[in-house]
Design a protein around this ligand. Structure first.
Ligand SMILES: Cc1cc2nc3c(=O)[nH]c(=O)nc-3n(C[C@H](O)[C@H](O)[C@H](O)COP(=O)(O)OP(=O)(O)OC[C@H]3O[C@@H](n4cnc5c(N)ncnc54)[C@H](O)[C@@H]3O)c2cc1C
Ligand code: FES
Length: 260
């Protein structure tokens, strides 16, 4: 729904030195994989995935990157923000044996998904990766769900060096899964696609977004013209397999292609 609402930040949790979770008291009725557009009235409106959502509150988990997110990190509990959404497609909720593959600050929406999958009776395994221990998020939250959980860092801070795709590859050689979900850097998902084999999957894509309601065309992907803010950000295997730009290039604010 494209209606703007003003909400007070009700809780702020430090996840790592540059990742925080912001919670708002509001009945959002969001589904896992969907996102909101957020502004602080000082310029810029940015998309953020929903990392948790219950009857009366929802959360987003944000990495401090540039101008907007730096301003957001200076906010406190009780400060006002303006929200549009929830927007976009959501993950299919399976009740089978599923593998969730997360990378960096991309993992939090998989936590919201994991809670829904648990309710549906799914058998869940999560693999979560990041560059260093300081970039790994939601380890405690995933572990507390009582599901199979493994993490890894590229720097080897937790023992073995590697990525969540390495862990996924290991899991896929030992066990058979009905469905795979992924959220994280696009190149992580591209590498994952290469090891998945015949298993069905859905990935969550992050591309530059402006309107979030399918009008500006900034978030389209070649050659189908899929608008990630409407038909995505969660896309199914049969669509992803046709995307010629997946893992090759992304677009900046002006729509110009930038090679990965
Ligand atoms: C569907 C979706 C879900 C997202 N979920 C999360 C999330 O859960 N947590 C999180 O920390 N970040 C998320 N992002 C990315 C987040 O929107 C950007 O990191 C944020 O906008 C950076 O703004 P900035 O002004 O701090 O940085 P800037 O300096 O403006 O930009 C830094 C980088 O952020 C990206 N970015 C900037 N503006 C946008 C935009 N309007 N749309 C998409 N990407 C942008 C670009 O890659 C840019 O190079 C998501 C993006 C999308 C499209
Ligand atoms: S952000 Fe405008 S069409 Fe998707």
């Amino acid at each position: 729904m494209d209606k703007r609402i003003t909400l007070k930040i009700s809780k702020i949790e430090d996840e790592t030195k540059d990742i925080k979770t912001f919670t708002f008291n509001h009945k959002l009725n969001a589904k896992p994989g969907q996102f909101i557009m957020l502004t602080d009235f000082e310029g810029g409106e940015k998309p953020f995935s929903i990392s948790d959502c219950s009857e009366n509150e929802f959360s987003i988990t944000v990495k401090k990157i540039g101008e907007f997110t730096s301003r957001l990190f200076q906010k406190g509990v009780g400060d006002y923000m303006s929200v549009r959404g929830a927007f976009g497609s959501s993950f299919f909720v399976s009740n089978g044996k599923v593998l969730l593959v997360g990378g960096g600050y991309g993992s939090p929406p998989l936590y919201f998904l994991a809670k829904k999958l648990l309710k549906a009776g799914a058998n869940i395994a999560v693999v979560n990766g990041a560059q260093t221990k300081d970039d790994l998020v939601f380890c405690d939250r995933f572990s507390k769900l009582g599901i199979k959980y493994q993490n890894i860092t590229e720097a080897g801070c937790l023992g073995r060096k590697g990525t969540s795709v390495d862990l996924a590859k290991g899991a896929l050689t030992k066990e058979k899964f009905d469905f795979i979900y992924a959220a994280g850097p696009e190149m992580m998902m591209k590498a994952l696609q290469g090891v998945i084999g015949e298993v069905d999957y859905e990935f969550l894509f992050e591309r530059y977004m402006k309107c979030a309601i399918g009008i500006c065309g900034n978030c389209t992907m070649d050659p189908l013209g899929i608008r990630l803010c409407v038909e995505g950000p969660v896309l199914p295997k049969k669509i992803i397999e046709q995307l010629t730009e997946f893992g090759k290039y992304r677009r900046d604010a002006s729509g110009k292609r930038i090679r990965y």
